[in-house]
Write a protein that binds this ligand. Structure first.
Ligand code: TMP
Ligand code: ASP
Length: 247
C-alpha cells in the first residue's frame, strides 16, 4: 500500500522526506541507494531501505523508552515512518568507542584502541564541503548553534552511546562508532533525528574474531566486502530476537 500522499520536501542520499496533512509531521522514506565517500561511490542494494528503516525504528523506540526525545512517531510501512517535522542542525555528531575509520587515517592512533571516555567529534553537515571536522572556535565563528544547545547535544549523544553500547552488547554486537543528527521540533525541543542504522553506525559481531568477517555495517560496502544485506539482516534478526525475548 502506498502511504505517501504529500509532496517531496527533500531528497537525500538514502532518504526522502514528504509533507503530510499535519504541518508538524513528515514522512521519512528509506531508499535502497548506498553511497560512500561523499557519494563518490554509489550503488543500489535491494532491501537495504527496509532493513535500515526497521532497525532505526527499533532503536528510536529503545531511546524513547530510555527518556531520549527522537523525531520518530509511527511506522507506516516497512520503508516509511511518520516523524516530527524538525529544523535540522547542520552538525554530524560522531561518537567513537574504538579507534578506526577516519580517526586512524587522520591521526597516528592505532586501529582498535579502546577510547575511554568515548571520543566525540563534530562535523559540519555540508556535502559540497565534504562534511569538514569542526573545532570549538570554528563553531563559534559560524555561529549556527549556541553554547548551551551544543552542551546539551553532546550530553544527549553520550547518553545515547551508553544506551546503545549496553543494548548491542546483549546482542553480541560491539558498537564501534556512530553518527547522530539533531534538530529542533516545532516547540523548540532538541531531538535526535535522521536515522540510526548500519549505514551510520559501525557494528562488529562479537562472536567473530576475523577483522573482516565481523563487520556488519556500511564498511562492507565501503570496502567492497559484499554481503551487505546479510549483515544488515543479521542485525535486525538479533534486534527482533531480543524484543521477542522481552515480551
Ligand atoms: P568515519 O570514521 O568515517 O569518520 O565515520 C565515523 C562514523 O560516522 C561511522 O560509524 C560512520 C558514520 N558516518 C556517517 O554516518 N556519515 C558520514 O558521512 C561519515 C563520514 C561517517
Ligand atoms: N554518508 C557519506 C556518503 O554517503 C559517507 C560515508 O558514509 O562513507 O557518501
Amino acid at each position: 500500500m502506498n502511504h505517501i500522499q504529500g509532496d517531496l520536501i527533500y531528497e537525500g542520499k538514502a532518504k526522502r522526506i514528504y509533507t503530510t496533512k499535519n504541518p508538524d509531521e513528515v514522512l521519512v522514506e528509506f531508499k535502497n541507494d548506498a553511497t560512500a565517500f561523499n557519494a563518490k561511490k554509489h550503488s543500489k542494494i535491494d532491501g537495504k531501505g527496509r532493513l535500515n528503516c526497521l532497525i532505526s525504528v527499533a532503536l528510536f523506540k529503545l531511546l524513547e523508552t530510555s527518556g531520549i526525545k527522537t523525531h520518530f512517531l509511527e511506522l507506516q510501512s516497512e520503508t516509511l515512518f511518520l516523524a516530527k517535522k524538525i529544523t535540522i542542525i547542520p552538525l554530524e555528531v560522531v561518537i567513537r568507542n574504538v579507534a578506526t575509520g577516519s580517526l586512524c587515517r587522520e591521526t597516528p592512533i592505532i586501529e582498535g584502541t579502546k577510547l575511554d571516555p568515548p571520543l566525540l567529534d563534530l562535523y559540519y553537515k555540508d556535502d559540497e564541503l565534504g562534511d569538514p571536522i569542526l573545532t570549538e572556535a570554528r563553531i563559534k565563528l559560524l555561529d549556527f548553534i549556541d553554547d548551551l544547545h551544543l552542551q546539551e547535544i553532546e550530553k544527549i549523544a553520550r547518553e545515547v552511546n551508553l544506551i546503545l553500547v549496553k543494548y548491542f552488547f546483549l546482542l553480541d554486537l560491539s558498537l564501534v562508532d556512530f553518527k547522530l543528527e539533531f534538530g529542533f521540533d516545532v516547540d523548540g525541543n532538541l531531538i535526535v533525528a535522521d536515522e540510526i542504522s548500519p549505514d551510520n553506525c559501525r557494528l562488529w559481531d562479537r562472536t567473530k574474531s576475523d577483522p573482516k568477517d565481523r563487520i556488519l555495517d556500511k564498511d562492507r560496502f565501503r570496502q567492497d566486502l559484499g554481503g551487505v544485506i546479510d549483515a544488515y539482516g543479521e542485525i535486525l534478526k538479533r534486534i527482533q530476537g531480543n524484543s521477542r525475548k522481552a515480551t
